[in-house]
Ligand binder design. Structure first.
Ligand SMILES: CC1=C(/C=C/C(C)=C/C=C/C(C)=C/C=C/C=C(C)/C=C/C=O)C(C)(C)CCC1
Ligand SMILES: [Fe+2]
Length: 559
């Protein structure tokens, strides 16, 4: 493979592979009419090879021209649009990456929160950027690239918002276009396909980026980060939205499709190698005008757990031109909160229990509780729970994230543990699984050892808090048996979701590494590898420039 070595300002050297050079001359590599190549001169000190047909991607480019609103903010790189559309290079590793770690970590998330001088409102509005860390023989090649959704391409072309994002809605130019816009909303045509939330590695090898719209399922190449095309569901199940977090294993893809017309949820399964989802069963909502928001859900070995939160979808809010306090949702405490359990094999509902009010976006894991005779008596489901307080959604507005004053404004969160009895009881329980002070009362963006999915487990990895803060700023390893946490913190940084990768042949649940990407206050950033057992740093590698905060990742093992 042809390679180019650059020395950049920091003294690190970076490698550009042929893959990264392949199509960079396409106009889509410049944004807002800005060509990063033109401004890269000062930061590229030495070019040791010129053997390329077309000009290379810059190792480091000047940031996109700051917009008025962005430059007014004292913004952390975590909340600042990415400098350039794509980059790839080898990173200098401090410490030792285990030689057994072979494969690619992918992380999805919003990377661009503005169009021209218009700044987006909410963290979840940003156009998707996929980042990559490829590990082989102790070396680390990193890269990032914008996902070329229709929403992103249209915005870059027309320099305006063209699709409905989480909080942003395109402005109709006149009354007729407003009517057209309403029609488009009902057909789903105006909803975004900006796949900025998760990324999954299907059993058949395909890698798909996801958001909450079904049309926002986009297949990418994990090596080049190129957008391959839409993942088209070939069934006739219809609907517009789904859970952003399907449960994906080598043998299946399970997800929930909320039904906004007749409030409920369809649980569906898709087999590797197919694009066809088949219905397992249906849960009808117990109360309320619409199904609860189902960003994620847990499974046990034999059951799918369907959460019914009192934070419910709201068709009216989907239609509104301006964001409402809870965006596309409404808080309905009077409709109560439920947890339903569906048998994976038969689709039958085996329990529907009322539970205390809760707010969760991310379930951690679930398992079956057995009595002494091996009979399943209850299901246990753990989640990152926000004390039934919806204010976290408001805290995630870009303006709030950018204007941190040093005050402790992050609302408290905990590991919420549900117990769903299977004896016909009408009520379930929800309690903190450990004292939330163990993890600074911050708790979100979690992962586990995937071999323990749906099984009794001990360890969870997540972002926690060292206060004061306005956003989770630690990585935490939760021991659910000892009810203790080990915390990692680097002052002024924002770490993203820790992802656990097991050591091949490991017999202990926490034998492996934890990967995270860190955004620094000074504009920098680095990849971080912690030991899964000690939770101590074993390696880090600085990026040429910091990347914005990312949401969720996945591991693609070396073939
Ligand atoms: C809801 C609809 C849409 C978009 C939904 C999106 C993009 C949801 C993304 C949710 C995420 C990333 C939740 C993450 C939560 C993280 C938390 C709470 C972290 C807390 C830290 O302390 C559309 C697709 C726009 C349209 C239909 C409705
Ligand atoms: Fe999520």
């Amino acid at each position: 493979m042809a390679s180019l070595t650059f020395s950049v300002g920091s003294g690190n050297s970076f490698l550009l592979t042929r893959a990264a050079l392949s199509d960079h001359s396409s106009p889509s590599n410049t944004r807002d009419g800005f060509n990063p190549l033109k401004k890269a001169g000062n930061s590229r000190k030495r070019l040791t090879s010129t053997n390329v047909a077309s000009p290379p991607l810059p190792a480091v480019a000047a940031p996109h021209p700051p917009t008025r609103k962005e430059s007014d903010d004292r913004s952390h790189v975590a909340w600042t649009s990415v400098r350039q559309e794509r980059w790839e290079g080898e990173l200098h590793v401090q410490g030792q990456i285990p030689l057994w770690l072979k494969g690619t970590y992918l992380r999805n998330g919003p990377g661009l929160w503005h169009i021209e001088d218009y700044s987006f409102r909410h963290l979840f509005d940003g156009y998707a950027m996929l980042a990559r860390l490829h590990f082989e023989n102790g070396r680390l090649i990193a890269g990032h690239r914008q996902i070329e959704s229709d929403a992103y391409k249209a915005a870059m072309k027309s320099k305006k918002l063209c699709y409905r994002e989480f909080s942003e809605v395109p402005k109709p130019s006149n009354f007729l276009s407003y009517i057209g816009e309403l029609a488009n909303l009902f057909s789903g045509a105006s909803l975004t396909d900006n796949a900025n939330t998760g990324v999954v590695h299907l059993g058949d090898g395909r890698v798909v980026c996801l958001t909450e719209t079904q049309k926002g399922s986009i297949v990418v190449d994990p090596d080049t980060l190129e957008t391959i095309g839409k993942f088209e569901y070939t069934d006739t199940l219809g609907g517009l939205i789904h859970s952003a977090h399907p449960i994906v294993t080598e043998s299946e893809f399970l997800t929930l499709l909320p039904d906004l017309v007749k409030p409920g949820y369809l649980a569906v399964r898709m087999e590797p190698g197919t694009n066809e989802r088949k219905v397992i069963g249906r849960v009808d909502c117990t109360q309320g005008p619409a199904p609860g928001w189902v960003h994620s859900f847990p499974v046990t070995e034999h059951y799918i757990i369907v959460p019914e939160m009192p934070l419910r979808y709201c068709a009216g809010n989907l239609l509104k031109a301006e964001p409402t306090p809870l965006y596309k949702f409404e808080w309905h405490p009077e409709s109560k909160a439920y947890m339903h359990a569906m048998c994976k094999a038969s689709g039958k509902i085996v329990a529907s229990v009322e539970v205390p009010l809760y707010i969760t976006f991310h379930f951690i894991n679930a398992y079956e509780e057995e009595d002494g005779d091996g009979r399943v008596t209850a299901l246990i489901a753990d989640c990152c729970e926000h004390n039934a307080d919806t204010t976290i959604l408001d805290k995630l507005r870009i303006q709030n994230l950018r204007s941190y004053t040093g005050k402790d404004v992050l609302p408290d969160a905990r590991v919420g543990r549900f117990r769903i009895p299977l004896d016909g009881s009408a009520y379930g329980e929800l309690k903190a699984a450990l004292d939330p002070n163990e993890h600074g009362r911050g708790m979100d963006m979690c992962s586990i050892n995937p071999a323990f999915l749906g099984r009794k487990y001990r360890y969870a990895y997540a972002c926690g808090a060292e206060r004061p803060c306005n956003f989770p700023n630690t990585l935490t390893k939760i021991d659910l048996v000892e009810k203790k946490a080990k915390n990692w913190h680097d002052e002024g940084t924002v770490p993203s979701e820790p992802l656990f990768v097991a050591r091949p042949g490991a017999t202990e649940e926490d034998d492996g590494v934890v990967i995270s990407m860190i955004s620094e206050k000074n504009g920098g950033g680095y990849a971080l590898i912690l030991d899964g057992i000690t939770f101590e740093e074993i390696a880090r590698a600085k990026f040429p420039y910091g990347l914005p905060y990312g949401l969720h990742g996945c591991w693609v093992p070396k073939k």
